[in-house]
Design a protein around this ligand. Structure first.
Ligand code: SF4
Length: 414
């Protein structure tokens, strides 16, 4: 890697076809954000109070609550939480002056920003008395539900090496299922979705994801049964298919067909996490042991026969392919590999999207170095161009329905 790291302004000049807002988003996701005391006090207003169930793990505070995702002036969402500021070495700072929020880079004011308004259903309870924000967390225009709060790849230390999900549940992990139910109650899910949908114009997508549970006669059978039950409960709020995505392991064709036939699910996303075959085996050993890398790819492609072209997605954790000691040593090699993966999937009708890698302190990759910002700028530009060449758009994963991918954000300018 080169020692010179170009910053926001330099890259905005050198890559005029990537909007400055998107470069700022990528860098804020990469470096994190923190709040000044003024800003922290300002987000205690009812409009901003997301509370501890922000959907992003962080440190709890006795002084107040954190806001939801950051929003840039063009409507771009930045899914990074100030609650996680201690995870980052050099985060952007958000200040609050005369009624407005501003983002700063090492003391230099960059732009005015805002935070996602608190959704109306936060603070309400299901008929069983469960806080609805513990059932579904909200982004600006979508809700996320984790029906199963445990990943069994962790049982054998085969979790994905970048993963920090569920590490805040370490104590609960030791408890029996009775004391800490891993699966959410489906009626709580149904009622929470019903309530969330009452807010006019707010929610346009429902996403499900969870830890992996590969138990069952065929691996993942129990998990698939659980998702079907949950999706059917959510589907009682709709007639027919509804805007939704399931981020889950790569299932057999039979399992995928059941999900499509028995529920109103509209898109499916088995995450590849990293394209390079050897790096997949190293970084995602659980997925490799239970499914196998080539089988994972095959199943992802097979799912297009069921969900249709453009309705099957796969995310990769952008930058993780440079993790050492086995990862790529240059960003050119890293980009080449990811573009190859994107093109391969695009040829088969699968949308391959990037997520910014953050080496969380509770992940195996804690302390690893992220690629420079320029890698992310070149990456999002290249991915968008490849998908466009194959006539693919990210309708279930664009800036409104997700907001976590700089590359699908770019489709707004197509
Ligand atoms: S499948 Fe991988 S990324 Fe997902 S929760 Fe398990 S370890 Fe984490």
């Amino acid at each position: 890697m080169s020692n010179h790291e170009s910053g926001l302004e330099e890259l905005a000049d050198r890559y005029p076809d990537v909007p400055r807002f998107i470069i700022l988003k990528l860098d804020a996701q990469r470096r994190g954000i923190k709040l000044t005391e003024n800003a922290f006090n300002a987000v205690q207003e009812p409009l901003y109070r997301y509370g501890r169930y922000s959907g992003v793990k962080g440190e709890e505070t006795s002084k107040g609550v954190y806001p939801g995702p950051l929003i840039l002036r063009d409507g771009t969402t930045v899914l990074t939480s100030a609650a996680a500021a201690s995870q980052f070495e050099n985060p952007y700072t958000i200040d609050h002056v005369e009624g407005k929020f501003y983002i700063h880079d090492n003391g230099r004011r960059i732009d005015e920003v805002d935070f996602t308004p608190r959704p109306d259903y936060y603070g309400k309870k299901t008929s069983r008395g469960v806080p609805m924000e513990s059932i579904a967390s909200a982004r600006p225009q979508r809700i996320d539900i984790q029906p199963y709060r445990y990943c069994h790849f962790w049982d054998t230390q085969d979790q994905c090496k970048f993963c920090s999900f569920f590490t805040d549940l370490e104590e609960q992990r030791q408890l029996s299922d009775e004391k800490f139910p891993r699966a959410l109650n489906v009626e709580d899910i149904y009622e929470t979705v019903r309530e969330a949908l009452k807010e006019p114009g707010r929610i346009s997508q429902i996403n499900l994801t969870a830890g992996a549970d590969y138990s069952g006669a065929v691996p993942f059978d129990n998990e698939v049964n659980r998702y079907i039950e949950v999706l059917q409960a959510i589907g009682r709020n709709f007639s027919g298919r509804f805007p939704s995505q399931l981020l889950a392991p790569a299932y057999t064709k039979k399992q995928v067909k059941r999900l499509y036939d028995e529920t109103g699910l509209s898109s499916y996303c088995p995450d590849i996490e990293v394209w390079d075959e050897n790096l997949f085996k190293w970084i995602c050993s659980g997925k490799d042991k239970v499914v196998g890398r080539n089988e994972w790819v095959k199943r992802t492609i097979d799912a297009v026969e069921i969900f249709g072209k453009g309705n099957v997605y796969t995310n990769f954790v952008a930058g993780v392919e440079t993790a050492q000691p086995h990862g790529f040593k240059t960003i050119d090699e890293a980009l080449k590999s990811s573009f190859e993966g994107c093109e391969f999937f695009a040829k088969h009708g699968v949308v391959y999207l990037s997520l910014v890698w953050r080496p969380w302190k509770s992940s195996v990759f804690a302390g690893q170095k992220q690629p420079p910002l320029e890698y992310y700028v070149r990456l999002v530009k290249g991915l968008r161009e490849i998908r466009r060449a194959y006539g693919l758009t990210s309708d279930n994963d664009d800036y409104k329905h997700c907001g976590n991918h700089g590359d699908s954000d770019l489709e707004r300018i197509d």
